[in-house]
Design a protein around this ligand. Sequence first.
Ligand SMILES: CC(C)[C@@](O)(CC(=O)O)C(=O)O
Ligand code: SF4
Length: 758
Amino acid sequence: MATPKKPRTLYEKIFADHIVAERDDGTVLLYIDRHLIHEVTSPQAFSGLASRSLPVRQPALQLATSDHNVPTTPRPYPVTPATYLRVPASRLQVQTLERNVRAHNIPYLGLNSRRQGIVHVIGPELGFTLPGTTIVCGDSHTSTHGAFGALAWGVGTSEVEHVLATQTVVVTRWGNMRVEVNGALAEGVSSKDLMMHIIGTIGTAGGTGMVIEFAGPVIRKLSMESRMALCNMSIEAGARAGLIAPDETTFEYVKGRPLAPTGGQWEEVLKYWEQLYSDPGAHFDKTVHIDATAVMPTVTWGTSPEQVVSITGSVPAPEDFEDPVKQESCRQALGYMGLEAGARMTDIAVDKVFIGSCTNARLEDFRIAARILRGKRISPNLKLALAVPGSGAVKRAAEREGIDAIFKQAGFQWREAGCSLCVGLNEDALLPFERCASTSNRNFESRQGTAGRTHLVSPAVAAATAIHGTLADVRLETGLKPQEAPEVIYSSESEEYIESGSEGGNPEVENTDQPSAAPVARSAKISAYSTTVCGSVAIVERSNIDTDAIFPKQFCTTIERKGLGDCLFHNLRYHPDGNPKADFILNQKKHRNASFLLATGPNFGCGSSREHAVWALQDFGFRCIFAPSFADIFYNNAFKNGLLLVKPDAALVARIVLSAGLGKEIQINLADQVVLDESGVKIGGFEIEERRKKELIDGMDEIAVTLATIEDIEEFERDRKAARPWIDESVRDGWSSKLAKEVKGWKHKDAQINSLDW
Ligand SMILES: CC(C)[C@@](O)(CC(=O)O)C(=O)O
Ligand code: SF4
C-alpha cells in the first residue's frame, strides 16, 4: 500500500515544483517563472551582468516597465524620455533601463505603450502573473501577485542580477503562516481596511520569515483586485510573501489575458491550478484568526503601517502602549505627524488626497471612489486631489466608464499611470509638513516628500476625505449606518488572535548545522570578513527603522552602487538647507567614522527592497549592524554585500551601550562569534547561521556558484517544459502574436515591445 502523502501547504506545493537543487548548506536553488523589472532597482544588476559579460538567460520570462520615475502629467505621444523626463537623474534611470532591455531583448512596456503602468498592476493585467508560478521583482510589493496563488516575493538588486543571469534565486525555506478571516466585511469596509487591521493586529514584523496564506470565507468572496490590495501589503506585515489559493474568481480573471494560456492548454492548466490549495491537515507554524465583522474603515495615525486606528477612533497616547519601545515609537510618530494624543481622527484636516499606487490604483478602486465623488466637490481646504491610475489599461477602462469625468468634476486631477505620490520619485511629492490621505502602502517619514505626513486609507475613505477636507468615515458619506462594533485597540501584538503551530521555530535559522558547501572558483567576491573589526558604536533609539529612513527615496534615482554614504539617513541627518542636524548621532565627531550601528528597537530595514540602504551603510563605513530583529529582504541584501547583521541578546546590548556611553570602541570577531571591549575582553557572544558566517569570512560570488552547476538548471528547464509547457509557451505566444499585433495597431508604435525573435 502506498504511504499517504504528507499534507502540504500551498506554499510548500509551489516551492516543491520549483526546486532546481537542494544545496548542502541548507539553501535551495529555486527556478523563477516570471521576473518583473523596473528602472529603479535594475541598473546596478545590469551593470553587474555587463561586467561579467553574461547574457540574460531567459529574456522571454522577463517583463520590464518604467513606472517609478515617470511624470504623470499629460503625455505628448510619441513620448521621448529625453524631453518628457525633466529631472536628469530620473531621465538617466529610464534611459538606462531602455538601453538594457534593448541590449538583452527583454519585453518592455515603456512610456509610449498604452499598457505602461506600475509593475504590479501590469503583470496581472497582461496575464504575465499566473497561478502556481514563481515571480520575483526587485520590489517588495511583488507580494501583490500572491493574490493569484503565485509564490511571489520582492528581492534586492543582487538577486535581480542572479535572476537575469540564471533564472533562479537562492533561498532558504520559509515558515507557513495562515491568516484566516471569518465573518463578513461590512459595507464601506474594503480589503485595504482589512489588511491594515491585520497589520495592526500582528505588527509590521508579524510575518517575518513567513509566507502568509490568507484564507477563510471572507477571502473567497473578495474580487481579484481586492485580493491584490490585500497581498500587496503582506510586506508591510513583514512577510516574505502573501498567498491566496486560486479559485473560480482567479481563473475567470486570468482567462483571455494576452499572456495567459489559451486553447487546449487552458484545460490542462486548470487541472494543475485546481490542485493549488493547502491540504487539510497541512501544518502551519502560526495561525491568526481575524473576525472581519470587527473591521471598520481603518487609517494610520503614525509613521509605521502598524500604527493604525479605526476611523471612529482617536490618536493614541504613548501610555496606551505597554511596551516601552512602542511608547517611544508613538512619541516619535506623534511629533513627526504633528498630532496631539486624543485628537479624533475625523478632526484631522488634510492638504492633499492621493488615489493611486500598486495597492489601490485598479479599476475597482476608481469605481468605488467615483461612486462617492459623483456630483460632489472636493473641500476648498485641499491643495491637491490626485488620481493616478495604475496602468494605461486602468486609465482607459475608467475613461470608458466616465469615471475620469466624475473625478475631474469633483476637482481631482486625473493623470497618466505611474507610482507617482506613493514615493514621489517623479514631480508629484508632498511639501514639508503637508498632510496627505493616501491609498498607498507606506506612511514612513518623508516617503511622500521630505517632512510630509501620510495617513494610509482605502480608496473609499480617500474619496470621502477629499469631500470633507478631514479624514472621513466613508460610511457616513454614503448614508450607511456604521456597524455597532466595539472599537479595536491596537496597543500591542494581540496574542488572543494568534495560535502557534506545534513545531513553530524561526524558519530562517533552521538547517544551521548543515555542513557548508565546498568553495567554488569565484570571480567577483564580496568583501571578506576575515579579521577582527574594531570601531565605535553609533546608537539609534528607534524601532522599525525602515529603508526609506536609511536611504531616502530622493536618492533612489541613482544608477550607481558606490559613493552613497552621504545619502545615509539623510533626512534625519541634515536640515532641508543641507546643514547637518547637530543632535543626530552620525553628526557627532566621535561617530563620523563609526563601524557599528546599534538599533535598540526591532525590525531594522523594514519596507522597501532598495539595496541602496546596504550600499549606503557600507559606504559610510559600517561593518556590522546590531538590532533585535531585521526585516527579511534587508537581511538578505546585507549578507549578499558582506555586511554583518547581529541580533544581540539583552546582556550584550547593555554591555555595548555601556562601552559606547564611556566613549569606548568595541571589536567583533566573526570567526569566534564574539564581541570584545576595546581592550579585548569578551563582552558577549552571538548566533549566526553557519552558511552566512562562512560566506562572509571566505567571500562569495553567488552567481559564479550557481553558474558552476548550470546543468542542474538546464535539466530543470527540460523537465519543466515537459511537465508544464504552458508556463513558457503562453508568454512566448502572447508576446510574438497577440501583443505584437496590438502594438502594430497602436499609432505610436516606435519600439515599445522589443522585436522579439523567438
Ligand atoms: C524602488 C522603490 C522606490 C520601491 O518601489 C521599492 C520597494 O518597495 O521594494 C519602494 O516602494 O520603496
Ligand atoms: S509601493 Fe509605490 S513606489 Fe513601490 S512599486 Fe508600489 S506604487 Fe511603486
